[in-house]
Design a protein around this ligand. Structure first.
Ligand SMILES: NC(=O)c1ccc[n+]([C@@H]2O[C@H](COP(=O)([O-])OP(=O)(O)OC[C@H]3O[C@@H](n4cnc5c(N)ncnc54)[C@H](O)[C@@H]3O)[C@@H](O)[C@H]2O)c1
Length: 324
């Protein structure tokens, strides 16, 4: 647990985002020669307090960076406290980290207590922490279904999200406001996009989101989720490594969750995802998921609840069987 005293806030130092439109000042009177200073982009989470589980790296890190850029005080709740502390130190005193395993109720309760004790309130919870589970030949078949593996994945992805909803809602309900955003997946929408346990857990998040929205609406709390397509993070690249171990079939004995992905692996993974994508042109990056989470976390979506915002460039909405 720590909060470092470094003032500079790092504005999303990601790789190129050619598809993102630059900000323009729209107040011009239309005169070609008029020089109008760009209006600063509004900060969408000013004064708000947010917890991001699994915020130390990957998609969670992008969410933490974007939330902080938009004025939120952010608590990273991650099992990897060293990485979370390092990110908090880089972003400044408005970001802190608490070690938290989302599958352990005491940890989740403590993370919420930490946020409220430190900042006096909780406005946003992003249930982002997740694990994919094994991606080997055996893990992919229901015929060799492993109950322990299923339990382990469901504990983090589904139970973790439910525990987050419970403890966040307890902190939010007295103020009759709050936004809970969980990260599901396209594997929470369609079959065939992930191992069985992962797919079940991500469908569970969509169901939990709808049910919790139904109950928590009475307390003024909105509950939504975001479902990304493939993003070249450690999770996806490790899965790819595992799937390609042993000449393509996947070997259960290979320990792949070791090395940080190289730039080359990230580029290769992005190329693979672009190949599967319906929408051609942009490359899906962590920042794109963070923008969707920001929308659901902020007051811009104040009447949206029980929604699954799918960020997949159309992959789950169609299958081109007629040569369109
Ligand atoms: N990368 C993708 O293609 C993709 C696609 C769809 C959905 N998702 C979902 O997005 C979320 C983030 O994935 P990512 O790709 O950034 O993964 P990642 O493996 O790169 O990062 C996951 C983060 O969660 C943390 N974490 C893992 N288990 C935890 C636990 N029990 N308690 C607390 N923290 C824990 C890790 O330490 C890490 O910081 C996950 O829920 C994942 O299922 C990812």
């Amino acid at each position: 647990m720590q909060a470092a005293a470094m003032p500079a806030l790092d504005p999303l130092p990601e790789k190129s985002h050619a598809h993102q439109t630059p900000h323009h000042g729209w107040e011009s009177n239309g005169g070609a020669a008029a020089v109008v200073a760009p209006t600063p982009a509004p900060r969408k989470l000013d004064g708000k307090v947010a917890i991001v589980t699994g915020g130390a790296r990957g998609i969670g890190e992008a969410i933490v960076r974007l939330f902080a850029k938009h004025g939120a005080r952010v608590v990273i709740a991650d099992i990897d406290a060293a990485a979370g502390d390092a990110l908090a130190a880089a972003l400044g005193p408005q970001v802190s980290c608490v070690r938290c395993d989302v599958s352990v109720e005491d940890d989740v309760g403590r993370a919420v207590e930490w946020a409220v004790a430190r900042h006096g309130r909780l406005d946003v919870l992003c249930n982002n922490a997740g694990v994919l589970g094994r991606q080997t030949r055996a893990a992919k078949s229901i015929l060799s279904f492993d109950a322990a593996e299923f339990d382990a994945v469901l504990r983090v992805n589904a139970l973790g999200a439910a525990l987050g909803m419970k403890h966040a809602a307890l902190a939010m309900a007295p103020r009759r406001a709050g936004s809970i955003v969980s990260v599901s997946s396209v594997a929470g929408v369609l079959g065939g996009l992930g191992p069985h346990a992962y797919t079940a857990s991500k469908h569970a998040i969509v169901g939990l989101t709808k049910n919790a929205a139904c109950e928590l609406g009475a307390h003024g709390i909105r509950v939504n989720c975001v479902s990304p397509f493939g993003v070249a993070t450690n999770m996806l690249i490790n899965a790819w490594r595992q799937g390609h171990a042993d000449g393509g079939g996947g070997d259960d004995d290979v320990d792949i969750d070791i090395a940080v992905p190289s730039d080359e692996e990230v580029e290769k993974m992005e190329e693979v995802v672009r190949g599967f994508a319906t929408l051609k042109g942009p490359t899906l990056r962590p920042r794109d998921i963070a923008e969707a989470v920001l929308f659901l976390a902020s007051d811009e979506s104040r009447y949206v609840s029980g929604h699954n915002l799918v960020v997949d460039g159309g992959v789950t909405t169609s299958r081109n069987l007629i040569g369109l």
